[in-house]
Design a protein around this ligand. Structure first.
Ligand code: FAD
Length: 347
């Protein structure tokens, strides 16, 4: 064990550049950094952090994290790989997949095995371990439709826990891991229940339209979703971005009715309990932000929720732009926009 500890310590990098570890590609560095691909190293890294009193920051692929300046503490990139079928019958298969696997590749692997359900979420960048954090979703499906439990290490005491999906409080782009229990767990694996027979979901309007007169097999849904995504979203490797920078805000029905009387074409979706979800893209478009460009940051002309980094060196330029947008939306619509990505660092 002592030898393993030494080997793990040798893998820890100091003053390490994180530019290539987040999709915005701005300058950022960590006091300490380690990429762990097995549980022994992960536990040893946590012990090291505790001994040195280092704050712990977790990173998957960095597609939903904005790293700013220096991160004081240790950044642990989770690269645990593999999966295991735990049970199956004629209708369902139960499978557990490790946190470091790539989400999109996992969706493709499931399709190759004939395990269905995740196809609407093909093309979402990032790791399996980050998927429960904001309950990823797209084109009418969400992780919570399939997740049965989340395996994790509790940061405060190092205990390994199994958290049932019902305890994760999954909701629209949210879960306990992003709210009440933020920064309290390292997710090491997730368990899913998937269909053994095709179970196509195509109620999402853009998908339904694109699938008109086409067979609705999960593979076709997967390909169609990817085609729609490509037509709407800039490729993050070519135009650095974090996907949607803002959540769709949820407001009361009373406020919604007031807004609708002023803006009859407002785009919104009714929610439970007298709430309404408003399209943040519509708000930005209405407020004239589409295509706006300043200090190297551009608001995408097709999808205004996407902020592209053309040449900004520092994340402060992105945060400044986001703050301008938030203030403007608040003034005009009296709606608070919240930022979707996690932001770590001191810039
Ligand atoms: C072009 C583009 C399109 C996108 N489209 C969608 C979409 O359609 N739907 C959608 O929901 N999202 C979308 N996203 C957002 C993103 O893909 C997801 O949030 C994804 O789950 C992030 O995965 P990641 O591994 O990159 O997470 P990271 O950015 O590395 O981390 C995100 C958060 O999770 C935490 N975290 C990461 N791994 C762990 C772990 N193992 N344990 C505990 N905490 C952890 C981090 O600390 C951070 O707070 C998009 C992003 C981009 C760039």
């Amino acid at each position: 064990m002592f030898l393993k500890q030494l080997v793990m310590q040798a893998q820890i990098k100091h003053n390490y550049s994180l530019r290539q570890h987040h999709f915005m590609r701005t300058h950022a560095q960590a006091d300490y950094f380690i990429r762990v691909d097995n549980m022994v190293d992960l536990v040893a890294a946590l012990k090291y952090a505790r001994r040195k009193k280092l704050a712990v920051y977790l990173l998957g692929a960095g597609s939903n994290t904005l790293l700013c300046g220096t991160i004081h503490g240790i950044v642990i990139q989770i690269a645990l790989c593999g999966y295991q079928v735990t049970h199956s019958n004629g209708r369902w298969v139960w499978v557990t997949v490790q946190a470091g696997e790539n989400w999109h590749q996992w969706v493709d692997l499931c399709l190759a095995h004939g395990w269905y359900g995740l196809e609407n979420m093909a093309g979402i960048p990032g790791s399996i371990g980050a998927a429960p954090i904001q309950n990823i979703g797209a084109y009418g499906s969400e992780l919570s439709d399939f997740c049965t439990s989340v395996q994790a290490i509790q940061l405060s005491n190092g205990h390994v826990v199994n958290i049932k999906a019902s305890e994760c409080e999954f909701s629209y782009r949210n879960s306990i891991f992003k709210s009440s229990h933020r920064h309290q767990y390292i997710i090491t694996a997730i368990s899913l229940r998937l269909h053994r027979l095709p179970h196509p979901q195509y109620h999402y309007p853009a998908l339904r339209k694109a699938l008109l007169h086409r067979p609705r097999h999960p593979r076709i849904i997967r390909n169609t979703v990817l085609r729609i995504r490509r037509s709407k979203l800039p490729h993050p490797q070519l135009e650095p971005n974090l996907g949607s920078f803002f959540h769709n805000p949820i407001i009361s029905t009373v406020q919604y009715k007031q807004l609708r009387s002023r803006y009859p074409n407002i785009v919104a979706w009714p929610q439970a309990d007298h709430f309404v979800k408003i399209s943040a893209a519509w708000l930005l478009d209405q407020d004239g932000w589409k295509g706006y460009s300043h200090n190297g940051i551009q608001i995408n002309a097709r999808q205004p929720l996407v902020l592209i980094n053309h040449y900004a060196e520092h994340s402060s330029a992105i945060l400044h732009c986001a703050e301008q947008i938030r203030r403007s939306i608040l003034e005009r619509f009296n709606i608070h926009l919240s930022i979707e990505p996690a932001c770590y660092g001191d810039a």
